[in-house]
Every structure is written in structure tokens, then in C-alpha cells.
Design a protein around this ligand. Structure first.
Ligand code: SAH
Ligand code: SF4
Length: 402
């Protein structure tokens, strides 16, 4: 079994990445996540005549990304022989579903699996005026923020562009949101209106694959989600932020979580590499940030760690000093088994929020969603691993009894 792992060279990452496409047991190639040029190259390699490649690329793009087909046989404007050739060489895949859960509040959560057996999560959060899909960029995360469950996972691998794009396609399948022939199902009519790169992993440590996936997702002839409806959340990979703004133009969220070096060094260890000042300067320079498109600062409320009135005042001072078009999201800490923190008391969170709000910066407190289905990041994956460990123990016990 090929492990397909290699190391990204360069200063800002040492994460094992798979090849561009994860190898499948049946040897066929998954077309999902390829951009137009890669799709054309795959077709040429797969035996399509050069003069046909352009038209077939255009047709496939429409069927795959606009209509959501997974079956080549249903692509009626492609000659039958060519459909058979496609079928023999390629698939239009989706991540494998290990578990799919629906919360009493409508939140949905999926535990997904790559073709080479790595598990990762995806969450859909419906609200009155929007539906947000929380997408993962990596299996696990190398950054080890102390309050984050994903950061405790040992195994880390980048998701491919196809595995990232596949999450959005799978969500459209599950929500029944592919347009039927002649139907004009555009942005507003859909449940899935927004995407946040806030699932497992650090998206700016997997920039090329995230950029590839978001390129496909934003393409107007395909999934056609506007960059204004996509938010990328980073814990502060400063050297990649300018490229993110220039090349993707998506909204930026920054996991700030603390306002002094000592605390942020501890809870977001990446701070030791890129400090608060450097991070806020990169935010101020973020292309496209304006009062109409403010940068979101995420702030997890940890009892006795980062939640004092002084912290709130320092936060205001920092944001004003850098003249940042900012909003602050206060996130109640979501505890997980073995976590070293508690969530701040509601009164403390309220007081913190009021100080920021009174200074003219919006600071809503996020309501936890889907708690009955462990919708907070990393929790479902761990529960599944526990289950399989228990299953393994049971099997071992049965074997030894036999
Ligand atoms: N790696 C990126 C994106 C994924 S994490 C980042 O750190 O920004 C998405 C958000 O969830 C981050 O703001 C993260 O700090 C927050 N988060 C992680 N664990 C949490 C927990 N246990 N409770 C509340 N928020 C958490
Ligand atoms: Fe990684 Fe984000 Fe979790 Fe930190 S908060 S460990 S960067 S996923």
C-alpha cells in the first residue's frame, strides 16, 4: 500500500502531504477537485484524442460541478463509447461516510474517511438566513493549541484538493441541492450558502490544496459560491496571509484567543514564531479588508486564562492601534475529555463582550451548536477511535476465548 507521503519544503510547513490525488484501490482516478487544466491533462492521459479534450472538459465540468452527477452513464451529451472510457479510467468520488448525525437543533455532522483510511469531520450549521458548512483542510493539526482537540491528534496529513472539494459536494448531495434540468437553483434558494474553513486543520499550512479546492468551489460554471460567502480561519500563519487575500480574496478569520505574549505563546504555540504585533500588522495589510468586509477575530473564552476585563480592554486597544476593520467572535470553550480548561462563566463572557462592544466593535457570543452530536471539532473522530479500540478489544477477547 503506498503511503504517498512526502515533506513540503520551506520554512512554514513540515506536514506530510499526499500526492495530488489519493490512490484508490481500483486504480481509477477521482476527477473531483481537479481544475480545468488538470482535468484536461487527465483526459489526455486517459486516452482521449487531443481534439476532443476541450469539449469533454467543458461537458464534464458542467456535469460534475453544476449538476452534481457521479455517474458517467447519465452524461447524455457524451458519446456512449466515451462514457465507457470515462467509467473505466475515472470516478467522480465523494469522501466515504463513516457516520452521519443530525442534532435536535438541525446541526449535522459527518465523520468522513479518505480512500486511504484517514478520518476527518465536516459540520453543517443551518440558521434562519444562511447555512454554513464547516470544512476540514487536514486530518489532525500540527499546531497543538492547548484548548483544541484536533491539535492533540497524533496523525496529521493534508487533505487533497479533491478531498476538500468533495466535502462541499457531499453536503450538496445530502441536502438535495443539485439543480434539476432547467432549474435555476442559485445562491439564495439553497440551504448551503456559506463555507468556513474552520474544521480540522490549519488551512494556511495546506495552502495549495485549499486554494485548488476553493478555486473549483468559486468557479461560476460550477459550484459558484462567491468569495464573499467563504471564510478562511487561520491561527496566524503570517507568511501565507497576503497570498490568501491576493489569490483567493476570501474573508479572513484569525484565531487570536489572547492579547499578551505570555498567554498566547502558551495557548496558541504558533505565537512563538509569529507574534501578536506581526499578526495584527498582517491583518491590517490583508487585501480586501474594509469596513464592509471586516476581519473576524476569534476568541475562545477560557476561565481565568484570557477572560478578564483588562484582557478585553487590551483587545480593544490592539485592534484600534492597528486601525483594523474588525469584529470579534467570542466562542465559549467547548470542553473535551482530558482538556485542561473550563469555559468562562456566562457573566464573565457578558462583561468581556460589553467592554468590546462599548468600544464600537461588534463582539457577539457564539451559541454552541449541535452539542448532542459532539459537533465541536475533533470530538466525533475521537469517539469513533474509542469505539474501534473497544471493538478491537472485544475481537481479541473473542479470539482468545475460541
Ligand atoms: N486551524 C484554524 C481553523 C480550525 S479551528 C484556526 O485555528 O483558526 C476553528 C476555530 O475553532 C478556531 O478559532 C479554534 O481556535 C476554535 N476551537 C478549537 N477548539 C475549540 C474548543 N475546544 N472550544 C472552542 N473553540 C475551539
Ligand atoms: Fe490547529 Fe486550529 Fe486546533 Fe490550533 S485551533 S490546533 S491551529 S485546528
Amino acid at each position: 500500500m503506498p503511503t504517498a507521503a512526502m515533506t513540503i519544503p520551506g520554512a512554514h510547513s513540515a506536514v506530510p502531504v499526499p500526492r495530488a490525488v489519493t490512490p484508490r484501490a481500483d486504480g481509477r482516478i477521482d476527477l473531483v477537485g481537479l481544475d480545468r487544466a488538470q482535468l484536461s491533462a487527465a483526459l489526455a492521459e486517459g486516452g482521449f484524442a487531443e481534439k476532443q479534450v476541450r469539449l469533454r472538459t467543458k461537458q464534464l465540468w458542467h456535469w460534475i460541478y453544476h449538476r452534481g452527477l457521479t455517474d458517467f452513464a447519465a452524461m447524455t451529451d457524451i458519446a456512449k463509447g466515451d462514457r465507457a472510457l470515462l467509467e473505466s479510467r475515472f470516478v467522480i468520488g465523494r469522501p466515504n461516510v463513516t457516520e452521519a448525525l443530525v442534532s435536535i437543533d438541525g446541526t449535522r455532522k459527518w465523520l468522513l474517511r479518505t480512500d486511504d483510511g484517514h478520518e476527518f469531520e465536516m459540520v453543517f450549521i443551518p440558521d434562519a438566513d444562511r447555512g454554513t458548512l464547516c470544512v476540514s483542510s487536514q486530518v489532525g493539526c500540527t499546531l497543538n493549541c492547548t484548548f483544541c482537540h484536533t491539535g492533540t491528534m497524533k496523525l496529521v496529513r493534508n487533505l487533497t484538493s479533491g478531498e476538500i472539494t468533495g466535502q462541499i459536494m457531499l453536503a450538496r448531495d445530502a441536502l438535495g441541492e443539485w439543480p434539476k434540468p432547467g432549474e435555476d437553483l442559485t445562491g439564495e434558494a439553497r440551504m448551503l450558502t456559506n463555507i468556513v474553513m474552520m474544521g480540522m486543520g490549519e488551512p494556511l499550512y495546506n495552502f495549495d490544496n485549499v486554494a485548488g479546492a476553493l478555486g473549483v468551489v468559486m468557479d461560476e460554471a460550477g459550484l459558484a459560491l462567491s468569495k464573499r460567502r467563504i471564510t478562511l480561519s487561520t491561527s496566524g500563519v503570517v507568511p501565507m496571509m497576503a497570498r490568501c487575500g491576493a489569490e483567493l480574496g476570501v474573508n479572513l478569520a484569525v484565531s487570536l484567543h489572547a492579547v499578551n505574549k505570555e498567554t498566547r505563546d502558551e495557548i496558541v504555540p504558533l505565537n512563538r514564531k509569529y507574534g501578536i504585533e506581526q499578526l495584527l500588522a498582517a491583518c491590517a495589510a490583508y487585501p480586501g479588508a474594509s469596513n464592509a468586509r471586516r476581519i473576524t477575530f476569534e476568541y475562545v473564552m477560557l476561565k481565568g486564562i484570557n477572560d478578564s476585563d483588562d484582557d478585553a480592554r487590551t483587545l480593544v486597544r490592539l485592534l484600534k492601534m492597528h486601525d483594523l476593520p474588525a469584529k470579534v467572535n467570542l466562542i465559549p470553550f467547548n470542553p473535551w475529555p482530558g482538556s485542561a480548561y473550563e469555559c468562562s462563566d456566562p457573566a464573565r463572557i457578558k462583561s468581556f463582550s460589553k467592554i468590546v462592544f462599548d468600544a464600537g466593535i461588534s463582539a457577539p457570543v457564539r451559541t454552541p451548536r449541535g452539542q448532542d452530536i459532539m459537533a465541536a471539532c475533533g470530538q466525533l473522530k475521537t469517539a469513533s477511535e474509542k469505539k474501534s479500540r473497544a471493538e478491537r478489544d472485544r475481537e481479541a477477547a473473542l479470539e482468545s476465548a475460541a
